[in-house]
Design a protein around this ligand. Structure first.
Ligand SMILES: Cc1ncc(C[n+]2csc(CCOP(=O)(O)OP(=O)(O)O)c2C)c(N)n1
Ligand SMILES: [Mg+2]
Length: 386
């Protein structure tokens, strides 16, 4: 006890078992990297003891990233043509998105954000089903239970809590299911993110938090978001391992995510991974990034393209041959064509359906809102006829 009568911190801070607990892995100061921006294999400390994934895995990641990039470019173009209401592009973030999906088993769940459409696609959902939400439909185009993908969350960080809830339930039931949730750098400032990190660690939930640090939350740069050295450092305060990874290096992202997923599955609890990357496109089609960042910064990050470095590595290693590259390109073009075709059909959306299935019994406030919308729609239709 102090003279003042207050107990010393160590008197009450921890139980004996907590004090004996192993130190969680501390994030490295520099991002973990297995293939550098020139496409060369990284040796020495920068790989933090992680082994490069097999050639088969790297080729599969490359194929999925090329297909995802083609899809992303196509959807952005269709959005500019007015075929979709909005589309938050993940161009430049393919190494994070695709490595995450490739690290999971069929029984695992993904909790994505609005940014992570290519992850949904790479999990096997068709372009039409994937994009229903962004065309303005009020519900998802796919069955979350079938694909084990939660709805893409727009309210920041809410999906992280859902992931912890599902993972905790899986643990209580004795299922070997892991939940992986994507988060943005900005979303880590939400109270929901803190609650999710904290209780995932307290309950040792089988969950992986993947913070895609794309360096902006719309116009807010990371320097205004956190004073921490890295987002991965935050893991230590919660008592879980944290990894700071080069988010444009698919090999490193896959190695770290897959080992964290399997650790969670084996009962080892949660992990917080930060992938350092860059949002190459605008936040959405309604954002103008020239107002808050400069061209030289964009050019620097375009040169660090995650596809390019993997392509260089695989080509130099003789794994990516011209014949395989041509097959991959055909697959990407076929998907782009299917996406254009799906988006050229006019969606049959009835806005009034929004009010169905909300409550079993009708609620006066909801009925009032429904009647209001009905009048608005009728007035708009009458206006367009006259
Ligand atoms: C709770 C909540 N607050 C604010 C917003 C508005 N908003 C939408 S996207 C965004 C930026 C999020 O940035 P980040 O988490 O870094 O994700 P990114 O868009 O970069 O992928 C904000 C503030 C929201 N959707 N939800
Ligand atoms: Mg961001």
């Amino acid at each position: 006890m102090l003279a003042s009568g207050f107990p010393l911190l160590h008197d009450y801070r921890m139980s004996a078992s907590a004090a004996a607990r192993e130190e969680p892995v501390r994030p490295t100061a520099l991002p973990i990297s297995l293939i550098d921006s020139k496409g060369t294999a990284v040796t020495g400390k920068r790989n933090a003891g992680f082994a490069r994934p097999s050639d088969d895995v790297l080729l599969d990641l490359y194929r999925r990233m090329v297909v995802a990039r083609r899809f992303d470019v196509q959807v952005s173009a269709l959005t500019r043509q007015g075929r979709l209401a909005t589309y938050p592009s993940a161009l430049g973030q393919e190494a994070c998105e695709i490595s995450a999906v490739a690290s999971l088993q069929v029984q695992d769940w993904i909790f994505p954000t609005y940014r992570d459409t290519i992850a949904v696609l790479s999990r096997g959902v068709s372009p039409a089903e994937t994009l229903a939400l962004f065309r303005g439909d009020w519900h998802l185009g796919f069955d979350p239970g079938r694909y084990r993908i939660a709805p893409q969350a727009t309210p920041l960080a809410t999906q992280a809590l859902h992931a912890v809830g599902l993972a905790t339930a899986a643990k209580l039931k004795g299922d070997d299911t892991v939940a992986l949730t994507f988060l943005g750098d900005g979303s880590t400032s939400e109270g929901d993110a803190h609650e999710a990190f904290n209780f995932a660690a307290v309950w040792q939930a089988p969950v992986v938090f993947l913070v895609q640090n794309n360096q902006y939350a719309i116009s807010v740069p990371v320097a205004k978001q956190t004073h921490a050295r890295t987002f991965a450092d935050k893991a230590i305060g919660y008592g879980m391992p944290g990894y700071f990874v080069d988010g444009n290096d698919a090999a490193a992202m896959f190695a770290v995510i897959s080992s964290s997923v399997e650790r969670a599955r084996a009962g080892g609890g949660p992990t917080l991974i930060e992938g350092l990357t860059y949002r190459v496109e605008a936040h959405t089609n309604s954002d103008d990034p020239t107002r808050y960042r400069n061209k030289s910064e964009e050019a620097k990050w375009r040169a660090l393209d995650p596809l390019l470095r993997l392509e260089k590595y695989l080509t130099a290693a003789g794994i990516l041959t011209p014949a395989i590259a041509s097959d991959i390109s055909d697959e990407a073009e076929a998907l782009a064509t299917a996406t254009r075709e799906a988006m050229s059909e006019t969606p049959a959306v009835d806005p009034l359906e929004l009010f169905d299935h909300v409550y079993v019994n009708e609620r006066p406030a909801l009925l009032e809102q429904r009647a209001f919308l009905e009048r608005e729609l009728a007035a708009t239709e009458a206006g367009s006829r006259s």
